[in-house]
Design a protein around this ligand. Structure first.
Ligand code: GLC
Ligand code: CA
Length: 516
């Protein structure tokens, strides 16, 4: 059957690659672009539509690539621009779109822009960052805190001013009120679109800051409850942010200018990662006409996992705001939170043996919802998080800051494994890999699973093939409200040619579909 389909990005299943941990090709223990290229057939055969590669640009790697020192070049440990072109050409040959991860809110302190800007109050880049006078008592201009710990302001002795950083002090926030900054980032977009990339995942767009002087203090968050989750152990979450620090209206100049660049090419996609105090409301603003195509929805990415009621609530909240559109992208796992295979077991009352069946169910659920879905590398293998990374091997600056209370994001970033019997599971033949390979992953190595009948990889591949033939999923963005009891999630996908009732049973761990 041939069916009318929506635009590719409205229904896309996007496979997220964390380049440092995907495949090492030169034995240094660090994944790289040629490594990714060598594994493209594995991704294409799974039947996904696109890949999103986390940042591989020049960077001192303080936040593993989310601190960019040159947006238009490849970090040498990941390869060269030529390697990227090859990766792109091979992906396109295999029918995969390619999305790269642009970080528009901040760059690295090692970027030439910041290096020039910090030297004096009078230079060509003097107002490319947020330079603000201290208060008369010498303290920072506002009470804002950095997401990774400590104040969001650091002192620059040469200028005798503070600069803003929402994350590490080595990630200074760009001043988006300066049209030259916007122009420079639009050039970055053109650079990658000209090479042929199909879209961007735009990092942390809610933390883009325009000149919001006079800078206001954040208010205390009256709903803050101290607790065991990382969000409840950090001072950052004791504040409300949307009235001052995050999601400022002036950011929309950025989304509109980026969209105008995307629209000057054909069929390109902008997906913004967005959070804040009310991410759904902010997502609606960011995806208004002429702005980003979609935002990356966090509702299913909780740190603690969700029971069936919680899943229902999380999905309903997003669907209520976006039903009938493809302006959202769901994810259950990524490089920032514990993997769903690990964190979902307890709240759903399941055992470790049920992990593969649960993972397959979650993958099917995610790819039956409206909008696109982002699958994190290893989800197709039902990989669980590593729980035992010793403090001295930890890499994530956020985890290091808050250890041992919070172990950070290394647990979901360990290297992919490909082959049970190869050294480091086939990830690398180095003596030591940048993060240790999780030995428990070896019995679910990628190529072994792809060759095994009945594996999550193969079951999901078969499902994605079937999905492509369902008009209810591929040609319409409508769905019914969610129903079901405390063990099931039920909804209908609705198109002119077909209505499909989708039932996800969290007791038997089966998904059933019937035309109604
Ligand atoms: C995003 C990224 C995260 C990074 C942060 C700062 O949330 O997903 O990995 O640390 O932005 O760039
Ligand atoms: Ca390497």
């Amino acid at each position: 059957m041939t069916i009318d389909t929506l635009q590719w990005w409205e229904t896309a299943v996007i496979y997220q690659i964390y380049p440092r941990s995907f495949q090492d090709s030169n034995g240094d223990g660090i994944g790289d672009l040629p490594g990714i290229t060598s594994r493209l057939p594995y991704i294409a055969e799974l039947g996904v539509d696109a890949i999103w590669i986390s940042p591989f640009f020049k960077s001192p790697q303080k936040d593993f690539g989310y601190d960019v020192s040159d947006y238009c070049d490849v970090n040498p440990e990941y390869g060269t621009l030529k390697d990227f072109d090859k990766l792109l050409a091979e992906s396109h040959k295999l029918g995969l779109k390619v999305m790269v991860d642009i970080v528009p809110a901040h760059c690295s302190e090692e970027h030439v822009w910041f290096n020039e800007s910090r030297q004096s109050r009078h230079n060509n880049k003097a107002d490319w960052f947020h330079w603000v006078e201290p208060k008369s008592d010498g303290s920072p201009p506002t009470n804002w805190l950095s997401f990774f710990g400590g104040p969001a302001w650091s002192w620059e002795p040469r200028r005798q001013q503070y600069y803003l950083h929402n994350f590490l002090s080595s990630q200074p926030n760009l001043n988006h009120a300066n049209p030259a900054v916007r122009e420079a980032l639009m050039d970055v977009a053109r650079f990658w679109f000209d090479r042929g990339v199909d879209g961007f995942r735009l990092d942390a767009v809610h933390t883009i800051n325009a000149d919001v002087a006079p800078y206001q203090n954040n208010q205390a968050n009256p709903k803050f409850v101290p607790g065991p989750l990382p969000q409840q152990q950090q001072p950052f979450f004791r504040q409300l942010h949307d009235s001052a620090q995050l999601n400022q209206p002036a950011i929309q100049a950025f989304s509109e200018s980026f969209r105008s660049v995307a629209d000057s090419y054909s069929d390109r996609y902008l997906m913004g990662e967005l959070h804040g105090d009310d991410p759904i409301k902010a997502s609606q603003t960011f995806t208004a006409p002429g702005r980003l195509h979609a935002t990356y929805n966090f509702n299913l990415l909780s740190w603690d996992g969700l029971n069936v009621e919680g899943l229902k609530k999380a999905i309903t909240k997003a669907i209520d705001a976006f039903n009938g559109t493809g302006r959202l992208s769901f994810a259950f796992s990524n490089h920032d939170v514990p993997r769903s295979a690990t964190r979902q077991l307890a709240p759903l009352g399941l055992t470790a043996e049920q992990q593969p069946a649960l993972q397959l169910l979650l993958l099917k659920l995610e790819t039956c919802l409206i909008g696109s879905a982002c699958i994190y590398q290893g989800e197709e293998l039902a990989l669980q998080d590593s729980q035992d990374i010793p403090v001295e091997l930890m890499q994530d600056p956020w985890g290091i800051e808050f250890a041992p209370v919070f172990s950070g994001r290394d647990t979901c970033r360990t290297p992919m494994v490909w082959n049970r019997v190869a050294s480091n599971g086939g990830f690398s033949n180095a003596n030591q890999t940048w993060l240790p390979v999780n030995q428990d992953h070896l019995h679910r190595a990628g190529l072994d699973e792809a060759a095994r009948e009945g594996s999550v990889y193969n079951e999901f591949a078969a499902f994605l093939k079937w999905r492509k033939e369902q008009p209810a999923i591929m040609s319409s963005n409508k769905m019914s409200e969610l129903t079901g009891d405390n063990k099931t999630l039920v909804f209908e996908r609705i198109a002119e040619q077909q209505t499909l009732r989708c039932t996800f049973d969290f007791e038997t761990l089966t998904a059933t579909f019937e035309e109604v």
